[in-house]
Design a protein around this ligand. Structure first.
Ligand SMILES: Cc1ncc(COP(=O)(O)O)c(C=O)c1O
Length: 433
């Protein structure tokens, strides 16, 4: 088996110093609400922090993502207060929280960036494509392994999704741009799956060679500032399962400061109305896909917790990587990934032929796993998939995808649960080596 994450496997011990410097810098950027206690994190108190709001209950099983633990008790209190305030005000749809949300999000990406809140990550993609003038008959290149929202957004504007192969990073392979580009190609949508921005720079440069627009599907990698260097426009999701989740559907679009573009995004997201004049159209039409004030209020309420949650995810990921390097087994590997990573999901590769046995073994041992996403776009039972398979050969993507499984990682996961995952993985190795 090819070792895709070889250099990772050489990390022989957890580098807490590195985690501290990188994450403290991350925690310092942008958000003044972060408690300074988090800025000096030693190994000891990092573990305390991780344990403090893991909300761990001594279940025998380890769920992949227990829905009743999407938020900590403290987060739930803040969410309830925020929602109560909105109920009191009656401003469920339009209201002041959206502007606060937009300011907070844009400040994370830097002073040269603006943000428009929208109804979901899918809406963020649709509205962004429309704003980039992608229309009927245009072709848009995107990876074959994304969530259905990515291709659906392309089709919703009348454009044609052109599926590209992935490489060992599980992100779009940069070589595919030149290969798939035609006169009709107008845009590329790289997807930062799992939270990794691997290949983004290369895909951006390959796209710009042909003057293509780059709309980054950043639904899984909110918070990585570097994306701004490799995107014309960034689509974010705050659905409840994301690292920063609302209590329903929510999303946002981030872009370089441009008043005209901002206006256009607002018009497209709300009935073509002039953003300054109530019920006055300034564009032929627009969607009803503005973010609700109530969802904005939830995201704003959760913002002060976001950075510490990001640190916790990075810590769990480091522990997985450390475990994999210690056991040094041929059975497990990882996709290549970037230093900048939100660890929205933890992808593992299992030796050819053993992946499904591994999933069953984990299930029988009470450990939930999942595959994101289980069916490649070329393998759906749809006309689009049939056409895609005639257009490109996805053998490499299929081979890679057949190795993939995702292990549990979420904001309020616990160290106890993670050790149960380790011990089941060790047992699996003993049976198969
Ligand atoms: C990669 C990717 N793109 C797009 C979306 C769509 O986001 P939403 O669910 O907010 O519409 C998601 C969310 O599941 C996603 O993971």
């Amino acid at each position: 088996m090819q070792i895709y994450g070889k250099e990772l496997m050489q990390i022989k011990k957890l580098d807490f110093g590195k985690i501290n410097t990188e994450l403290a810098a991350f925690a310092r950027s942008g958000d003044s609400s972060i408690n300074s206690e988090y800025l000096e994190i030693s190994k000891k108190n990092l573990e305390e922090i991780v344990s403090r709001d893991s909300e761990y209950v001594t279940n025998k099983t380890v769920e992949f993502l227990p829905l009743n633990r999407l938020n900590s008790q403290n987060e739930k209190k803040e969410i309830s207060k925020a929602i109560e305030n909105v109920i009191e005000s009656g401003q469920y749809t339009s209201g002041p929280n959206t502007l606060i949300l937009e300011d907070t999000i844009s400040s994370i990406y830097g002073k040269n960036y603006s943000c428009v809140g929208v109804a979901s990550g899918t809406a963020a993609l649709e509205i962004s494509l429309r704003a980039m003038n992608i229309e009927n008959g245009d072709e848009v290149i995107l990876p074959v392994n994304s969530f259905a929202a990515t291709e659906n957004a392309v089709m919703s504007v009348g454009a044609i999704p052109v599926f590209a192969n992935i490489d060992e990073s599980f992100n779009i392979s940069p070589n595919e741009i030149q290969k798939l580009r035609t006169k009709k190609t107008k845009a590329v949508i790289p997807v930062c799956l799992y939270g990794s921005i691997t290949n983004l720079a290369e895909v951006y440069l390959a796209s710009k060679k042909f003057d293509l627009k780059v709309v980054v599907d950043a639904a899984q990698c909110f918070g990585i500032k570097e994306i701004t260097s490799f995107a014309d426009i960034i689509a974010l999701s705050f659905n409840p399962f994301k690292n920063l989740g609302a209590s329903g559907k929510a999303g946002a679009i981030v872009f370089g400061k441009d008043k005209l573009l901002k206006r256009k995004l607002r018009e497209i997201s709300y009935h073509g109305f002039d953003p300054e004049i109530k019920n006055m159209k300034s564009r032929d039409w627009g969607y009803n896909l503005k973010i609700d004030n109530i969802q904005s209020s939830v995201v704003v309420a959760k913002m002060p917790f976001f950075r510490i949650n990001a640190i916790k995810r990075a810590y769990f990921a480091q522990k997985y990587i450390h475990f994999l390097s210690e056991i040094d087994s041929d059975i497990f590997d990882m996709p290549l990934f970037s230093n900048q990573h939100t660890w929205h999901l933890f992808p593992l590769l299992v030796k050819k032929g053993l992946r499904d046995k591994f999933i069953d073994f984990m299930k029988n041992n009470g450990i939930g796993t999942d595959i994101f996403y289980p069916i490649l776009s070329c393998n759906y039972n749809t006309q689009l998939a049939d056409r895609a398979s005639k257009h490109n050969n996805f053998k490499k993507s299929v081979e890679l995808h057949d190795l993939l499984v995702n292990l549990p990682i979420y904001n309020h996961f616990s160290l106890e649960e993670q050790s149960k995952v380790f011990s089941a993985m060790s047992d699996f190795i003993s049976m198969h080596e």
